[in-house]
Design a protein around this ligand. Structure first.
Ligand code: 5GP
Ligand code: ZN
Length: 115
């Protein structure tokens, strides 16, 4: 399904819910997470609805590859110079809350670091 009318992130893609956009092209949208876990915390999503990484097929390989390559570029543009973390939560036990695949990209000093 390319657009799910009940999906939060499809609504963001459609402009029905506002977001702080960082990047947009034909296939990908990047925007700031509303509850950041890090000084810079953005979400990269395919514009076409895909509920989770568990549902990905070969047809999604290109957009997932492009998202991965885009992450360091966007972090550089946002002033992150000392590394970043990428996370894709998948399914209930993976901690996924929004069922439209998204890559968390978090940079800046490490609030998640132990000790
Ligand atoms: P998940 O747990 O599914 O990997 O992460 C979902 C992420 O989406 C969370 O980090 C949450 O803060 C973010 N989020 C949830 N609703 C919204 C929203 O309406 N706008 C934005 N920008 N982020 C959201
Ligand atoms: Zn969606």
């Amino acid at each position: 399904m390319s657009h799910d009318p009940n999906c939060l992130f499809c609504k963001i893609v459609a402009g029905q819910i506002p977001s702080r956009k960082v990047y947009e092209d034909e296939h990908i949208l990047a925007f700031h997470d509303i509850h950041p876990w890090a000084p810079v915390h953005i979400l990269l999503i395919p514009k076409q609805h895909l509920s989770s990484l568990a549902e990905a097929t070969d047809a999604h390989a290109e957009v997932l590859g492009r998202m991965t390559v885009l992450a360091p570029k966007l972090m550089r543009e946002l002033g992150v110079t000392n590394g970043f973390r990428t996370v894709i939560n998948t399914g209930a036990d993976g901690g996924q809350e929004v069922y439209h695949l998204h890559m968390h990209v978090m940079g800046g000093p490490r609030p998640w670091a132990k000790g």
